[in-house]
Design a protein around this ligand. Structure first.
Ligand code: C2E
Ligand code: MG
Ligand code: MG
Ligand code: MG
Length: 288
C-alpha cells in the first residue's frame, strides 16, 4: 500500500497498486468514487514573511485518501481530472472545503490568515467560478479577504477573454489573485499587471537555482524588482534550504513557501502553526 511519512510526502511501494493509477479508465472510475465517498481532503502549507517569519497566508493543496494506496498527490490525478472534465466537480468541492475549513478555524477562535486555492484553467473556461466563490463564502460565513486564487502562468497566455473577464470579476470581490509557477510560461510582467494580478509566485525551479549559480540569483532579482515596480508581491516557491532563504532575504522577496519552513499539513496541525504565528527566527538587523 502507499506509505506516508505523515508530512505530505507520499510514495508508492506496490507496483500493482500504482499501476491502478496508470490505467486511465480505472483512475477515472476511482476519482468518481472518491468524489462520492468524500475521500478528498485539503492539506495546508504556510507562507511566511521572508524577513520576520510571520505566518501571512497558506496554500490549500488537494489530497486523495485512497483506501488502498494511502494519500495520493494531485500530480497523480489532476491531469486526468482536467482531461475528463471531473476537475469541474473537484474544483467546486475544493472551494467549498476551503471555506468550510476557514469557518471551522474561526469558530475555534484561531488567528485565521488567508487561504489560497488552486483553480484550473478548465474551471475558468467553463465560467461560474466567481459565482461558486461567492456562494461558498456566503454559505460558510467567511469574508472574501480570507480567500485567494492561484492560477498558473500558462493558463493566462494568449487571448483568453473568458479567463480575463472572470479574473477581473473575482478580484472585484476582494479575492487576491496569484500567478502560480511564474517563470515556466511566456507571459510578460506587464501583461500580468494589466490583468491586475496581486501576487507573483516564482516557480520552485528558480528557487533551486539560487544557491548554485550567479545567473540564478540575477534572474530572481530581476523578477523581484520588476514585480515591485508593478506593485506585485513576490512569493518564492519550494524554499528548501537556509541558504536559499538568506538569498531571498537579500533580494527582498516578500514571502517564502517550502519544505524549509513547513511541508503541507492537515488542518489541525495548521491551527497549531497559527497559534505559533512566527515560523522562522526573525532576522537580526543593526537598524531594527
Ligand atoms: P502548486 O500549486 O505549484 O503547489 C506547490 C507544490 O509544490 C505542492 O505539490 C507542494 O507540496 C510542493 N512543494 C511545496 N514546497 C516544496 C518544496 O520545498 N520542495 C518541493 N520539491 N516541493 C514543494 P502538490 O501538493 O503535490 O501539488 C502539485 C500541484 O497539483 C500543485 O502545484 C497544483 O498545480 C496542483 N493542485 C494541488 N491542489 C490542487 C487543487 O485543489 N486544484 C487544482 N486544480 N490543482 C491542484
Ligand atoms: Mg499553487
Ligand atoms: Mg506553484
Ligand atoms: Mg506547480
Amino acid at each position: 500500500a502507499g506509505k506516508s511519512d505523515g508530512k505530505g510526502q507520499f510514495r508508492f511501494f506496490d507496483p500493482a497498486l500504482s499501476a491502478t493509477l496508470k490505467s486511465k479508465a480505472r483512475l477515472k472510475h476511482g476519482l468518481l468514487e472518491a468524489i462520492e465517498r468524500e475521500q478528498f481532503t485539503l492539506y495546508y502549507q504556510p507562507r511566511v514573511d521572508t524577513h520576520t517569519g510571520e505566518l501571512l497566508s497558506m496554500e490549500a493543496l488537494l489530497r486523495w485518501r485512497h483506501p488502498a494506496l494511502g494519500m495520493v498527490s494531485p500530480a497523480e490525478f489532476i491531469p486526468l481530472a482536467e482531461a475528463s472534465g471531473l476537475i469541474l466537480r473537484i474544483g467546486e468541492m475544493v472551494i467549498d472545503m476551503a471555506c468550510a475549513q476557514l469557518a471551522a478555524w474561526q469558530r475555534a477562535g484561531a488567528r485565521v490568515v488567508p487561504v489560497s486555492i488552486n483553480v484550473s484553467p478548465k474551471q475558468f473556461k467553463r465560467g461560474g467560478v466567481k459565482h461558486q466563490l461567492t456562494a461558498a463564502l456566503h454559505r460558510h460565513g467567511v469574508a472574501a479577504a480570507l480567500l485567494e486564487v492561484e492560477i498558473t502562468e500558462s493558463a493566462m497566455m494568449g487571448d483568453q477573454d473568458e479567463i480575463i473577464a472572470e479574473l477581473a470579476a473575482i478580484r472585484s470581490l476582494g479575492v487576491k489573485l496569484h500567478v502560480d509557477d511564474f517563470g515556466t510560461g511566456y507571459s510578460s510582467l506587464s501583461q500580468l499587471q494589466r490583468l491586475r494580478m496581486d501576487v507573483l509566485k516564482v516557480d520552485r525551479a528558480f528557487t533551486a537555482e539560487l544557491g548554485t549559480s550567479r545567473e540564478g540569483r540575477v534572474f530572481f532579482q530581476a523578477i523581484v524588482s520588476m514585480a515591485h515596480a508593478l506593485e506585485m508581491s513576490v512569493v518564492a516557491e519550494g524554499v528548501e534550504t537556509e541558504q536559499q532563504l538568506d538569498i531571498l532575504r537579500a533580494l527582498k522577496c516578500n514571502e517564502v513557501q517550502g519544505y524549509f519552513i513547513a511541508r503541507p499539513m492537515p488542518a489541525d496541525d495548521m491551527q497549531v502553526m497559527m497559534e505559533r504565528r512566527f515560523l522562522l527566527q526573525p532576522v537580526e538587523t543593526m537598524d531594527a
